[in-house]
Design a protein around this ligand. Sequence first.
Ligand code: GLN
Length: 446
Amino acid sequence: MNIINKVKDLDRKLDCFITVDEKSKPLCEGKLSGYTVSVKDCFCTNGLRTTAGSKILENYIPLFDATVVEKVKNEGGLIIGKTAMDEFGFGTFSANCAYKIPKNPWDLNRSCGGSSGGAGCISAVLEKHIAVAESTGGSISAPASFTGTVGITPTYGRCSRWGLLAYANSLDKPGIIAGNVKDAALGLSIIAGYDEKDSTSINEKVPDYTKSCRTNLKGIKIGIPKEYLSEGIDEKVKSHFYKAVETLESLGAKTEKVSLPMTKYALSSYYIIAVSEASTNLAKYCGIRYGATLPLKGNFDEFASKVRTKYFGEEAKRRIMLGTFTRMSGYRDAYYLKAMKIRQMIIDDFKKAFKKVDVLASPTMPVIAPRFDEISKLTPLQNWAMDILTVAPNLAGIPMISVPCGFADNMPVGLHIIGNHLDESKLIHTAYAYEQKANLNRGAEI
Ligand code: GLN
């Protein structure tokens, strides 16, 4: 079967693509020759529909490639399509998608995680595949953990955001999901790098991250944040995590407990900052310049309101309203500015920890992938609380990687390794050594 037919067949079973690119051909030979590449649907792809999981962009066909897309094309990557995601990245289970809700290949009744759910899903079933994904508050780690794949979220600014349909500009980070650490490292080496079109892009040389795939962990000090193992973390998940710690120690790493006392404020700070930025970003979808529209009628407010009411999903509306509230004069100081101060304190917590240790380790998600009938019963607050372990490093803009560390109830569990600013190499080294020893990555059978 040719690869596009195989992808279409997988998509029929798993609903992981919003658009499959039937006409794609590699542009040239390069480091990605022989690999298929998928792109989360929030990155612009020249001539290929880009919806960000939203009906408001249902017919949007960009005239240019996002920088990260251009980079994979220039290395010979064959782009097979655009992966399913929560609308604009608003979610943890990819269940807030206006198109398809991807199914977990390990159990079709369960979520792939989100918001890069389609990226996790396809990486779990396709070998030699690199998924270009994006995280704002955990959207690479969550699907990697739930689908038994490897997800790397680099330092904020390491990969260009040019051509990314923004969720929250101060938090959005392009990254990679793949079936194993080496492929993830290869993908990151290709998409990382300075871009003058992104004013927050970091101007630092990109190492070849695949060279960090080494197996000895002598000299590596791993901190275990005690706040990340408190209540709310499933016991089975915890027990796999502690087994992983033993494996890391057997490879020569030293471990010690550390404290990140501001953790308890991370969720509220993240959700205030994220929705504040999201509400300004979504203001441009007003039915006039691009995106969905309706026949012109009434004054601007009436017209824009009609378009937005019709085409935004429920979660996007919730965030627009909350984010508008937190920025309003009178509330701004109490919510948005306070959240920004807390963000700085969270950064300081991590800075202190990295004076003592090289990397931090914890479970990635507090639970295994939930079933869709469980998700539908969650309140918005319970939904947001699932991000408890991923939002703090995302707020701090530091890199993280999730790698499989076992199976509970036949579903994958993820080990999260968090690194210092621009220390992706150490993360990849630690995760690779662990992966080789634990030998737990295996594709899902479908
Ligand atoms: N679940 C988080 C949110 O809904 C993170 C999503 C993301 O990283 N895009 O905001």
